[in-house]
Design a protein around this ligand. Sequence first.
Ligand code: SF4
Length: 240
Amino acid sequence: MTTKTEISPYSPAELEALAVQAGRDLEDASAQEVMRWAAETFGRRFAVTSSMEDAVVAHLASTALPGVDVIFLDTGYHFAETIGTRDAVAAVYPVNVITLTPRQTVAEQDAEYGPRLHDRDPDRCCALRKVEPLNRGLAGYDAWATGLRRDESPTRANTPVVSFDPKRQKVKIAPIARWTQADVDAYVAEHGILLNTLLMDGYASIGCAPESCTRRILEGEDARSGRWAGAGKTECGIHL
Ligand code: SF4
């Protein structure tokens, strides 16, 4: 089994070169092949992030790298169902779930910025409760994978399978970028993948619980339409 080293064997320039080459080589590869490449190339310095909407990417990663680190950002605003999904994933799959928390509790944030910052300035709230913890948490890795898909929204339509994340100086991998919702459904059915029960309750993309951040979608809306609806915001900032 590959062990995690504290020091990366790669310089940022080498990581970028790897990402550019793999971006070309793996554009048409299966998600399983992409995960195998990540496991073989980065070993324990590879992690996946999960919003705990489902366990598809965590399961894919665990088949390539049993014991893989699965990073979950606990913003302090999650639905109980999401926390339950995280705990189930940790119990069921051969993965190491790592929960990252913001520097401030919700109460401390409320004291400094006022209550319900998510309603007044969601960009700042996401920066404090998602982006900063993730940046901190990814420091020990060379590569990270996400469950981004091109069919989720127009803003995600050009998501590369493998790219270089210049802000974090990491290789960023979206192994299921080319999947459709039907592909996800087929994988879930074939492998009995754990799902967040909110998916059966009208939600298509699950973020934080405040109504201003996550709502059920309406007939004909894309999967991301229920996120920060009406706020002119489409991403939390992790993928920008
Ligand atoms: S999704 Fe909403 S509550 Fe969660 S961090 Fe972003 S603005 Fe804050």
